[in-house]
Design a binder for this molecule. Structure first.
Ligand code: 5GP
Length: 113
């Protein structure tokens, strides 16, 4: 997998985004096609294609991504949200750079479609 996904271009500043947070490990921004009133993504700067490609070495990074998403939710005063990681095309993954969806602001159905 190359580093030329749309998210890699966002990380490199080649494509604009509505940025919510950034540090040396990750960046968070609003989803361009929001599926809920609040829908943002937290992505690592490390070009990991999907959760399937994570290893023990990524353990702290994965925890960091989730906690960054939680902090943004707290800043937005959210008390309910859904966290989603699509892994593989059949699961709905369309961008092959690991990302965590955070969705909120409406009632969610279960099971998801
Ligand atoms: P996936 O389907 O891979 O789990 O999620 C990819 C997400 O990235 C989708 O929700 C899609 O709307 C979002 N997305 C795709 N291209 C862009 C873009 O250029 N900018 C932003 N902000 N989000 C994007």
């Amino acid at each position: 997998m190359t580093n030329t996904t749309i998210f890699q271009k966002i990380i490199q500043g080649e494509i604009p985004c509505e940025k919510l947070y950034e540090d040396k490990l990750c960046i968070a921004f609003n989803d361009i096609s929001a599926q809920a009133p609040i829908h943002y993504l937290v992505i690592p700067k490390k070009p990991i294609p999907s959760l399937r490609d994570c290893t023990e070495i990524d353990k702290n990074l994965l925890g960091h991504l989730i906690l960054v998403g939680q902090k943004i939710a707290e800043d937005k005063k959210l008390s309910n949200w859904r966290t989603v990681i699509n892994t593989g095309a059949e699961s709905g993954q369309t961008v092959f750079h690991l990302h965590i969806h955070f969705l909120s602001g409406r009632a969610m159905l279960w099971p998801p479609g």
